[in-house]
Write a protein that binds this ligand. Structure first.
Ligand code: APR
Ligand code: ZN
Length: 263
């Protein structure tokens, strides 16, 4: 594929060259890194927000309206966010870069835990929007494994409740209107401000404060690599722009880094 006068292979080689020459590389992922695992993204045609109302995913609606709560639980249960989705080639390639010592951390907006399952070190994965592996009681804070709750949500007829105090259960994912987990945000900000290559994979870069991370990296003088099927507001700042699938692109980049390192 021809992009900016460069072939796909040429762009892969340029991205790999930047990564090999870099000291501190950060990967930043969005829902587009998991679509090849069967989890729909949010803003592509047919994505989550074309089927569900984002308004239902504000913490206010979730707490105030029982019908909204049930709909949210059923969407999460049916859309595979809590199902046993498997990592795809992009997740494995990102974990491989870490193993080769060419990735400092992964900052992700995803809640599907696929980076950790693919082998990225959990202490180097910063989940800005929380994680769907657990649900928490909003009254007594008791935590439940999501698998246990998803079954109840699928069955209905009402949203699952805490078995200890009868309180409202909420997934550990961050809803619109909620603050992001402070430690993950602090670490993501620090690593973004201290890297020399920042790779965006599968994100529209339209949701804040997550979308500040690539801007912090650019302000720190880092080179930007973007792997995304559609355009983003930062495309013009990318040293390498790959309008191609995450799985194939990241696999080819990891292979090229390995060859350049003589591994
Ligand atoms: N390979 C490369 N890019 C892909 C692929 C793929 N296989 N599949 C989808 N994409 C691209 C899409 O073109 C789109 O630009 O990934 C991007 C996904 O963007 P969004 O759906 O907006 O997802 P994301 O950027 O992660 O959204 C951020 O918004 O709704 C909230 O909390 C939610 O974390 C989410 C946040
Ligand atoms: Zn409780």
């Amino acid at each position: 594929m021809e992009l900016k006068g460069q072939s796909f292979e040429g762009l892969v080689e340029r991205a790999a060259g930047l990564i090999v020459a870099a000291k501190r590389v950060v990967a930043f992922t969005g829902a587009g890194v998991s679509t090849e695992s069967g989890i729909p993204d949010f803003r592509s045609p047919g994505g989550i927000w074309s089927k569900y109302d984002p308004e239902d995913f504000t913490i206010q609606s979730f707490v105030r309206r029982p019908d909204t709560r049930l709909r949210v639980w059923q969407m999460l249960a049916e859309s595979g966010l809590s199902a046993r989705a498997q990592p795809n080639a992009a997740h494995y390639a990102i974990a491989e870069l870490e193993r080769m010592g060419k990735l400092t951390c992964v900052i992700t907006q995803n809640v599907d835990n696929l980076h950790q399952i693919a082998g990225s070190s959990p202490d180097r994965v910063f989940e800005l929007h929380g994680n769907m592996q657990w649900a928490r009681c909003l009254d007594c804070e008791k935590r439940y494994p999501m698998e246990e709750i998803a079954e109840k949500a699928r069955a209905g007829p009402e949203a699952p409740l805490c078995t200890v105090c009868g309180g409202m259960l909420k997934p550990d994912a961050v809803f619109f209107g909620e603050t992001l987990p402070s430690e993950a945000l602090m670490k993501a900000t620090s690593y973004s401000r201290n890297c020399d290559v920042f790779i965006v994979i599968g994100s529209t870069l339209v949701v804040y404060p997550a979308a500040l991370m690539p801007q912090y990296a650019r302000e720190a003088g880092a080179k930007l690599v973007i792997v995304n099927l559609s355009s983003t507001p930062m495309d013009h700042q990318a040293s390498v722009l790959l309008r191609s699938k995450a799985g194939e692109s990241m696999s080819r980049i990891a292979e090229s880094v390995k060859a350049k390192l003589g591994r």
